[in-house]
Design a protein around this ligand. Structure first.
Ligand SMILES: Cc1cc2nc3c(=O)[nH]c(=O)nc-3n(C[C@H](O)[C@H](O)[C@H](O)COP(=O)(O)OP(=O)(O)OC[C@H]3O[C@@H](n4cnc5c(N)ncnc54)[C@H](O)[C@@H]3O)c2cc1C
Length: 414
């Protein structure tokens, strides 16, 4: 039962966005908030290391957090369940528990952190020939396929990003550029990692890597950083093909929307990104025309003032990046804490691309920090052994804190 003066907060989703919001809000608001996290799985996974699972560097247990014990330890309730829809006008969330019971639950405040939908259904032939690293099951399936691969062409790339256009979020327009791909960092990382993987196996001469992009590859980075990547690819013998919006995967080739083909004996895809089906099923004016939630700079829905959205589910995060999910999660928690009567400083949201593409096989990583896409002047793409260690520490830190990125400010500014 809810105590008097305690507000009930439901957090939907438990990866970077949801966990950051829940942990930060608990830390700031303490007993003023009764927080419940609802997530489809009992486990959360450290997504940036799924490429490491796919290449056999790490195992499933190394990247898995058990929410059923981690959250109650911090006095946050956890409920496993699949969210079917949100009725934002009457303040209800509808979800199905693992035993099949359909439940509706009310809230004083809602934080939506359901991520985006991986649109494998939009790529013909996916079920038969497609591989990915975006979820643990995909990473494990790819690990098997890679270990049996005898040589040939591997195509790696992103599907198109179905980004919403209307209504627009209430943030400066330059913060939300239109993007062809939702997230190409993992493609860059996989291209480095697979080179190291096959080198270690002594079969790099039997493998050709082709990287494709639905627009211009890594268009969210500065021209200088893109040039560095193109130069790296030339030296590594990786072919790069821009403007290839994948539509179909066949046994030995992929096809784009215009009928162009690329030879591919194996295809590794970041699937097309669209809005989460649970959100598309929700109160229509909660979402934009692609199923993402438009908010203001405090992550408050432009229509429902007791609803927040963070991470990939929010229309303002472009590209879809863990760093931005953590940032938006922090802002939402701080803003909500102030509404619950706690005096705290609310961070100002300003997008920046911060990530590390790792190559553990050769002991280096490329650290990227870039805000030129949003009109800023930071443009760093730095390959070094230290950056490999940074990624390892990021992973270890996430696992140690069970997904509480409280020190993100310091980690990201190393
Ligand atoms: C392979 C890969 C590697 C990446 N590496 C990096 C990196 O190195 N650095 C970086 O900054 N970013 C990286 N990213 C991007 C980053 O992982 C995402 O931006 C981030 O995970 C978004 O967090 P989120 O919490 O908003 O959404 P998600 O991570 O998508 O989490 C959503 C959560 O909601 C749950 N959920 C979804 N639908 C429902 C439902 N209907 N009911 C209940 N629960 C539901 C999901 O199970 C999940 O737990 C990578 C992405 C991929 C795919």
């Amino acid at each position: 039962m809810k105590m008097i003066n305690m507000s009930k907060v439901l957090v939907l989703g438990a990866r970077f966005g949801g966990l950051t919001s829940a942990y930060t809000l608990k830390r700031l608001a303490g007993s003023k908030a009764e927080i419940k996290v609802i997530n489809s799985s009992r486990f959360s996974y450290f997504r940036p290391a799924l490429p490491h699972v796919a290449t056999g560097v790490l195992d499933e247990e190394d990247v898995r957090v058990d929410l059923a014990s981690a959250l109650p330890e911090k006095k946050i309730n956890f409920q496993q369940g699949i969210v079917e829809k949100i009725d934002a006008s009457s303040g209800l969330v509808y979800y199905t528990k693992p035993d099949g019971t359909r439940t509706e639950e009310d809230y004083d405040y809602l934080i939506i952190a359901l991520g985006a939908h991986l649109g494998t259904d939009l790529v013909k032939g996916w079920d038969k020939y497609g591989y990915s690293v975006c979820e643990i099951d995909y990473a494990l399936k790819l690990r098997d396929r890679l270990s049996n691969f005898k040589g040939g062409t591997i195509a790696i790339g992103s599907g198109p990003f179905y980004q919403g256009k209307n209504p627009k979020p209430k943030v400066p327009e330059s913060y939300v550029p239109m993007a062809d791909a939702a997230c190409e960092g993992p493609i860059f990382e996989m291209s480095l990692m697979l080179t190291g993987y096959f080198k270690k196996k002594g079969m790099l001469n039997k493998v050709k890597l082709v990287v494709f992009s639905p627009g211009e590859y890594l268009s969210d980075l500065s021209t200088t950083s893109r040039k560095i990547v193109r130069e790296m690819y030339k030296q590594m013998g990786i072919e790069l093909i821009d403007n290839f919006r994948i539509k179909e995967i066949r046994e030995n080739e992929i096809i784009d929307e215009t009928g162009k083909t690329i030879k591919a004996d194996m295809t590794i895809l970041i699937p097309p990104y669209t809005g989460n089906p649970a959100l598309k099923n929700s109160t229509p004016d909660l979402i934009d025309d692609s199923g993402f939630v438009p908010t203001d700079l405090n992550m408050v829905s432009i229509k429902y003032e007791n609803v927040y959205a963070v991470g990939d589910a929010n229309a303002i995060t472009v590209p879809k990046l863990g760093y931005l999910a953590v940032k938006t999660g922090n802002v939402a928690a701080q803003h909500l804490a102030t509404r619950l009567g706690v005096q705290v400083k609310i961070d100002q949201y300003y997008p920046t691309i911060v990530c590390v593409a790792d190559n553990p096989f050769e002991g280096f990583g490329v650290a990227v920090k870039d805000n030129t896409w949003y009109g800023g002047n930071i443009s760093i793409a730095d390959p070094s052994p230290l950056n490999h260690i940074k990624k390892e520490l990021f992973h270890k830190y996430f696992m140690w804190t069970k997904g509480d990125m409280a020190l993100e400010k310091f980690l990201a500014s190393w």
